[in-house]
Write a protein that binds this ligand. Structure first.
Ligand code: NDP
Length: 248
């Protein structure tokens, strides 16, 4: 099946919790060798152990995506194990506050992580893939808020809109190197990122406006993620794939 990734090296950034942790396990289950990366080494080791217990192969690498030197060092270490065939570019944070209460620090933190971090990881990975003569796939995890807005998350929405455009720009220039770049735009899934908000009264209100009256599940993302990461999506690049149950 074209959805399998047997023997491919897949680097999952932001794999210490939430979507990234789920993606790492999923990709291991279709045969990939998984490099998991984030700041929290203890959490990453837990993911590596789970994958190994399930018969897969994984290694942990720490990095801070806001620090270019850290991104380079991580990519070098991963490259020594195996230059990635696939990168799931998934690190992200948010600060939820009304626009007029957002600070410069909020803005910088969110943009540095979500947009500049995405840029640094994708370009540093692509350089190494090109040097190794390897085609492959990069999946940038954006958000439906990259195309629409909601209250209280202006820097986040701005950063994710940037990720959508970065995806298209990268897809254009990397096509001749046989590297595909696509954006996954998840709807709301309860994780550490948003649990406080989604389980609050404001979260209830938001859910009542979703046609299905439910937030997404991690597994809702499995098929779309595998499509973008594997040969099943071989002719897709520069695409934005929303997985939101048509909810806004
Ligand atoms: P989590 O908070 O559970 O996970 C975020 C991940 O990003 C963690 O592994 C964290 O690891 C990592 N991370 C954060 N900052 C850095 C950094 N500076 N350097 C390296 N890694 C970092 O949130 P989610 O799983 O929900 O989010 C994952 C992605 O999905 C994000 O990009 C988010 O914007 C996006 N998304 C989520 C949605 C949702 O509803 N949950 C909806 C749409 C998009 P550590 O702290 O160990 O560094």
């Amino acid at each position: 099946t074209p959805f399998r990734l047997d023997g491919r090296v897949v680097l999952v950034i932001g794999a210490s919790s939430g979507l990234g942790q789920h993606f790492a396990r999923l990709l291991a289950s279709v045969g990939a060798r998984i490099a998991v990366a984030a700041r929290r080494a203890d959490k990453l080791q837990g993911v590596v152990d789970d994958i190994a217990a399930a018969g897969g192969e994984a290694r942990a690498f720490t990095l801070d995506v806001t620090d270019a030197a850290s991104v380079r060092a991580c990519l070098d270490a991963v490259g020594a194990w195996g230059v990635p065939d696939v990168v799931i570019n998934n690190a992200g944070i948010t600060v939820t506050r009304p626009l007029l209460e957002q600070t410069e620090e909020d803005f910088d933190q969110v943009l540095d992580t979500n947009l500049k971090g995405c840029w640094l990881v994708a370009t540093e990975a692509a350089r190494r893939m090109v040097a190794a003569g390897k085609g492959g796939a990069i999946v940038n995890v954006a958000s439906i808020l990259g195309e629409r807005v909601a209250g209280g998350v202006a820097p986040y929405a701005i950063s994710k809109a940037g990720v959508v455009q970065a995806t298209k720009a990268m897809a254009l220039e990397l096509a001749r190197h046989r590297i595909r770049v696509n954006a996954l735009l998840p709807g709301y899934v309860v994780t550490d990122l948003n649990r406080d908000f989604l389980t609050s009264e404001a979260g209830d209100k938001l859910r009542s406006r979703i046609p299905s009256r439910r937030f997404g599940e991690l597994t809702d993302l499995d098929g779309p993620l595998l499509l973008l990461a594997s040969d099943a999506g071989a002719a897709m690049s520069g695409a934005t794939v929303a997985v939101d149950g048509a909810h806004l």
